[in-house]
Write a protein that binds this ligand. Structure first.
Ligand code: C5P
Length: 225
């Protein structure tokens, strides 16, 4: 990638996976490590961007020159996104946001006595990305991520990109054990209105640079759709 080609660009990255409390000590979580989001942030900063990361439960080293804000739940991530999104040029929504959360988690620890509930009631979390994309300006570039299983992943992602008004969606086939989640490598397809760019198996830093290249291309072309 060219040196400093993102100079002055304000990039907002979400990374990691949200945790939704069951009670004060337990949570419903997911297996996202935050590696892809952190790689995007580090590469964007190295290329001159002004980068903010909203990190959901990420235990990884942090890069100099990147601003990190920690969040835990989907609700906290939604608030942090709402505050930071208006001032960004590019949103890279790499976080694995819980789709469901326990309803009204009690304070304290649920005891394993006779009264202990044997079910946890769940409710949907708000679609953060969908909400932000509705309020986007034409000058903003919005990129979503999709973790899908095998066949149909691409078709599903195409539909999601259009429905959610995203400039691009990065599709990750999670049925492969050697990529995604905690792996250091990834293999993804970047779906835009114009093309589908298959990025072969590579370290997440290389994948990050290629995704950023596509963002640069989209912005040079101007506007969305
Ligand atoms: O619809 P799906 O969850 O597969 O979409 C994935 C994309 O949407 C990711 O970029 C993820 O960060 C985002 N998302 C969100 N809020 C949710 C669920 C997913 O912003 N509640």
């Amino acid at each position: 990638a060219p040196d400093r080609d993102l100079d002055g660009l304000r990039v907002l990255v979400t990374a990691g996976g949200t945790r939704e409390p069951i009670d004060s000590v337990r949570y419903v979580g997911n297996r996202s490590s935050g590696r892809m989001g952190f790689a995007l942030a580090e590469r964007a900063a190295r290329r001159g961007a002004e980068v903010t990361v909203l990190a959901a439960n990420v235990a990884l080293p942090r890069a100099d020159g990147v601003a990190y804000r920690d969040v835990e739940t989907a609700a906290e991530l939604a608030d942090a996104c709402a505050a930071a999104f208006p001032a960004c040029d590019v949103l890279l929504m790499a976080a694995a946001v819980a789709d469901f959360r326990p309803v009204d988690p009690p304070d304290g620890k649920i005891k394993k006595d006779a009264d202990a509930p044997d079910t946890i009631r769940l409710e949907r979390t708000p679609d953060i990305l969908g909400g932000l994309a509705e309020r986007r300006t034409a000058a903003q570039t919005v990129v979503g991520f999709a973790a899908e299983h095998g066949d149909g992943a691409l078709a599903y992602a195409r539909g999601k990109r259009e429905r959610k008004r995203l400039d691009a969606i990065v599709v990750n086939d999670i049925s492969r054990p050697d990529i995604g989640f905690d792996a250091r490598e990834n293999e993804v397809t970047v779906v835009t209105a114009e093309r589908e760019l298959a990025l072969p198996f590579a370290p997440k830093e290389e994948i990050a640079d290629a995704i950023l290249d596509e963002v640069v291309r989209l912005r040079a072309r101007g506007g969305s759709d």
